[in-house]
Structures are given as C-alpha cells and as structure tokens.
Design a binder for this molecule. Structure first.
Ligand SMILES: Cc1ncc(COP(=O)(O)O)c(C=O)c1O
Length: 406
C-alpha cells in the first residue's frame, strides 16, 4: 500500500470514529460477526446432509431421551405448576445441591468452602456473563491459539483483545506464557479449554497444569477453565479447579455433551463475590428454564450419570479410532491427533472457507477453522465426530479429501 493511500485511510477512519461517537452510534464499533460454526449451520439449513462433521452436538444415540421422558413426567407430578414459574437468579437450589452431591466428585472437580455453584444456561452463557463482569475495554485476555471461536467471541465483544499462546500435544505452551508475562504483558485473565480441547482434541498434561497454576499465582491472574468434555472422556487428568490452591480458577461445567445441549444447562464454580455478580447479571436474562433445571436435578438424583459417562467415553473412543484410521489414510501428517472430546483439526493448503459450498454439494459439512487462530492463522478444517454416525466417518473423510483435491 502506498503511503498516500495509508494516510487517506487513517484520516477516513478517524472521521468515522468521530461520527460514531458524536451520534452515539458506538454500538457500530462493536463486533457483530457470525461464527464459522453458525455460518455453516445457516447455509446448510434445508440441504440434505450425509456427513455432518460440523456439529458440536453429542451422538443422538447417547442422548437419554427415554429417561427424560420419564423424568419430565415426574417433575410435573412432583412440582406441578411450580415447575413452570420464573426461575430465580443463580439457579434452582435443588439443582445446585444435586450437582454438588451427585456430580462433582464423578468428574473430579472440588468445591472449596469459600466457593459457590451458579447455574447458567450452558457453558456459553457462563462465558458471556463472565466476560460482562471481568472484561474492560482495552483489556488483554490470553487464550489458546487456536481457540474455540464462539467461546472467545463474548470476550472480544466486550472490548478485549486476544493474545494467543500456542498449544501442542501437552496443551498450552506455559513456557511461552511465562516469557510474555515476564516481558511485561498484563492480561486480565486466561481463558482455556485444557481437557479435550476444541478444536485440536489435545489434553493439557499434569506438568503444564501445575506450571500454569504456578504462573497464575506468581502473576496474580484468574484462570477460566472451560470444561464441557470432561464427563465424556475416559480418565482425564485432574481439573485445574481441583489443583487450584488459592481459588483463582473459575470453573465452567456443562451438561451439553453428557446429557443434551438442548437442555441448556451449565454451571460456574467461583468465589462467593464473583458468584453473586453472576447472579445479579442473571437478572438481565432470567437465565435457565425452571422446568429443565428441575428435570436435570432429578436426572442427577437417579444416578444415571456414571453409566452414561462410561457409555459416552467408550462410544467416542470408538468413533475416534475410526477417525484416526481415516485421517492416517487420507490426510497423513496433516492433522492434530485428538485424545478425547469431539474435535480435531485437519490442515489444508487451500482456503477452507471457499470450499464450504462445494462440500455441501457433496452432502458434507465441516467448519472452516482458520478463524479459530487468533494469531498466525493456518488454513484448517475442524472435524467433529459428535453427531455423525460411526458408519459415516471413514467415507466422509475420503469425500473431504476428494473435495480438497479437485
Ligand atoms: C469448549 C467449549 N466451551 C463451551 C461450549 C458451549 O457449551 P454449552 O452447550 O454448555 O453452552 C462448547 C460447545 O461446543 C465448547 O466446545
């Protein structure tokens, strides 16, 4: 770009800024953007799909539909009209109690005496509210690079800029994190998905977990642990929350992957002060359905969780094995090797955003993942094996290879 054009662009952007401020059109400066995931889902609506690698939903065969049919009936019998009244901010006391009593020990997450559980409408709602509370315009927030696009969108929306720290088979590169903090970076907090990472499928090692907590302690940082895949993975390492000695880890759990995302139930564990702020902000949206909270609470009481966790982890392990065989055959050396969860990345040599339509014509959906990189973007595709049936995985990866070869 020539210097003249550069100067004209700077001049125009400063005029635009002043106009926006003068006419209170500040909202136009906010980031309104469709996520790559939502975009694919929108343009494929009403199209026939045979290979759905785009969805983050769990396997339909694992959603306990029959159990919920019974549970819904029981909730109506037990609570009657009360199940249909407004929910209170913070969540139903029954559900809070039952998460503590029947669920946390199963997933290896502990609650300190100075902490509380707050019910939210899924992990995403938890991230949104935490962003409203924690983020000030101009803040820097550290995230994995690549990261879960939708998870960090609320953080960006509230005016923070993201600083990416790369991730490998052992998780977040804590040595690099330490280096940039030593050099003076002052982030507001660290957001990460250390177990069954979306989109790479990596799991952070115990050593790196220890190192991260040590660093957080030294630099006095909050760590937001986003952990929806723990209940569907076999023997995951301890949660950061359970290793945290000073209460600086804010834990976000979700019932979406283990039970069903349409229930929209998640929870946040944090200190009482922050917990109260979350509840106060839940006055803005009245949060989670009373009926579904009571149903979730009953489901936990029934002790179906443990069997479901086992069934899920085995089923997804089986699907992942098929996926890995297919990846080795059709994309050797060009993928991240998933350990657990639903996702992994395939690296491609063409812009994947430009091939989405072509893939839909072949009845295949994938999520272009280049925008999941907050720094140094790499052409990549996110593959999800949650929704797709195991029989379709191998063929689907073959079709994907053909799409990118043509
Ligand atoms: C890492 C991560 N965080 C949060 C979410 C959102 O989960 P929920 O359905 O509980 O809002 C997802 C869903 O795919 C996810 O992968």
């Amino acid at each position: 770009m020539s210097l003249d054009i550069f100067i004209i662009l700077c001049y125009m952007s400063s005029i635009l800024n002043n106009v926006l401020k003068t006419y209170s059109w500040g909202y136009l400066m906010k980031i309104f953007e469709w996520s790559p995931i939502e975009y694919v889902s929108m343009i494929s609506r009403d199209r026939e799909v045979e290979y759905n690698f785009a969805s983050g939903s769990p396997d339909p065969s694992l959603i306990p539909v029959k159990e919920f049919e019974k549970i819904f009936q029981e909730v109506i019998e037990e609570y009657g009209y009360r199940a249909f009244l407004y929910p209170g901010a913070g969540g139903s006391s029954e559900l809070v109690r039952n998460i503590d009593k029947y669920y946390l020990d199963k997933i290896g997450v502990s609650l300190r005496s100075d902490e509380e559980i707050v019910i939210v409408s899924g992990a995403q709602h938890g991230i949104k509210i935490l962003s409203q509370i924690l983020v000030e315009k101009g803040d820097i927030v550290i995230v994995e690079n690549p990261t879960f696009w939708e998870g960090v969108y609320p953080i960006r929306f509230h005016g923070a800029s993201l600083r990416g720290v790369s991730i490998d088979e052992e998780g977040l590169d804590t040595y690099y994190l330490e280096k940039i903090l030593r050099e003076g970076l002052k982030p507001r907090f660290i957001y990460l998905n250390p177990t069954c990472h979306n989109p790479t499928g990596y799991v952070m090692s115990i050593d790196r977990r220890r190192h991260l907590l040590e660093i957080a302690e030294r630099y006095d940082l909050f760590v937001v642990e986003d952990d929806p895949y723990r209940p569907v993975s076999k023997d995951p390492p301890p949660s950061l929350k359970s290793m945290d000695r000073s209460g600086r880890v804010i834990y976000i759990g979700s019932m979406s992957k283990i039970f069903a995302p349409g229930l929209r139930i998640g929870f946040v564990i944090t200190n009482k002060d922050l917990a109260e702020k979350i509840k106060i902000l839940e006055q803005h949206d009245f949060s989670t359905s009373t009926f579904l909270q009571l149903a979730m609470s009953k489901a936990l009481e029934k002790n179906i969780t443990e069997a479901l966790m086992k069934r899920c982890s085995e089923h997804y392990d089986m699907k992942r094995k098929i996926l890995l065989e297919a990846l080795e055959r059709y994309f050797p050396g060009r993928y991240t090797r998933p350990v657990c969860g639903f996702f992994n990345l395939i690296y491609v040599d063409k812009d994947p955003e430009r091939y989405v339509e072509k893939a839909i014509e072949r009845r295949l959906l994938y999520v272009p993942a280049t925008r999941f990189f907050v720094e140094n973007p790499v052409y990549s595709i996110r593959i999800g094996i949650g929704l797709i049936s195991s029989e379709k995985i191998f063929d689907g990866i073959k079709v994907l290879r053909e799409i990118f070869e043509e």
